[in-house]
Structure formats: structure tokens, C-alpha cells
Design a protein around this ligand. Sequence first.
Ligand SMILES: [Zn+2]
Length: 244
Amino acid sequence: MARKSASRDRILRWGEQSSLEIKTLDRQLPVIIPIGSVESHGDHLPVGCDTIAAARLARDACARTGAVLAPSVAYGVIPAGEHDGDVPISINAFTAYVCSVVEGFYKNGFRKIILVNGHGGNIDALESVCAEALEKHDDIKITNYEWWRYQIPKEWDAVINEGSHADRGETGFMLAVRPDLVEMNHARDSNGPKIMTWYYQQGSGVDGHPTQATISEGKKIYRIVLNKLVKLAMIAKVDKTRFI
Ligand SMILES: [Zn+2]
């Protein structure tokens, strides 16, 4: 059977291309790399929540823009790992690993990289990854996109950032994209300390009010944050500066 350069849903999934197919890909295309974590999100959300969210956003943005969908980085920075299901990764190990991943796409000739991050604990590391790539290569463009940050409409900021973890916004997001993985009858509100280290070591995995999440609100949140990512990917796609 003949192979196709894109899957049936027209998404260019890097991991499903052969070397020969990758050779012919347009190097002007942005590469979107989903990044998450394996950590507790309370009793109502799966431990892979952040990776699932990032991968879904990345997939849908690739479908709408023609950007290349990279395989996910499924593990993220968790300093303590106190909860059942946590897989803690140190910031140094994670930073070095993601730097290597980015370098791999650069070596393949891609110069526009969008890191779609689903986990707050990865932010500092990913900023280092971007800084290191920019320092090393004067022809790379790289950014990290966190769906709950950056230009959220004012009226939605209070909902999306209602708590800091497994909260109304994050639970609504998951209700929108993977309702089959959300157990609302296990959702418990919790006002955890705002300092993340304390949260990880002592908290319930929840900081916020997941019981207030609804699927319709989650769908609105999803649309807002996907549109932002699509806009970013389109800007990257048409950007010809320093890439010709
Ligand atoms: Zn999360």
C-alpha cells in the first residue's frame, strides 16, 4: 500500500513519516512539540492530563495550519513526586533532554519551533531551553506556549486561572477534550497553598474549584486557547525572515 505524506486527517505527524518523506518536507513549516508531565491532578483527572491537553492542542493547531506535529515529551518537571502516579523528573534532566529534542529538529533543517507546554512546573526549564537554542543558533525561532497564559481575554482569565492546578479551568479543558477521562463525582475543591513546592509536597493534587467546571465552559476555554495557538503557528508559518 502506498504511503501518504500526511495521515488521513491531513496532519503531518513526524513519527509517522519515513526518512524519505521527512527529507521532502517544507523546512519553512513550524514544528509543534507537545510537552506535559506525569503527575497527580487529584482524584478526578488522569495523571497524564498535562500531556493529553498539550498533545490535543498541538494536534488541532497542526490540522488547521499544516504545521508539523512532533512526538510528545510526556514527562515533565516534578520536584517531589508525593502523590500516587507521580513520575518526578529533575529540572536539570528535563532541560537537557528537551534541549536535545529541539536540537534534533534543528539538525533536520527546521528553524521554527513551538513548544506547547501543558505543565506549570516546566515553565522555567522551557524558558532555559529557548534561551539556550537562541544563544546557540542565530537562525532559530523558538517559543513556549502555555495555554493558560498570554493574552487570555480578561473575562476568561478568572475562570481559566481560577486556581493553580486541576482547577475549574483545567478540569473544564479536560471535560471538553477527553470527557471519558474525567470523574466529576471524585472532584474535590481545595484551596492549596499558592507556592507550588508546598502544593506538591502537601497538597491533594488540586488547587482550585474543579466542581464548578462544566463541559460547555470547557469548550469555550478550549476554543479560545486553540485559536491563540493557531494564530501563533500561522505567524510562524508565513515568517520568511532569516529562513530563505
Ligand atoms: Zn495540569
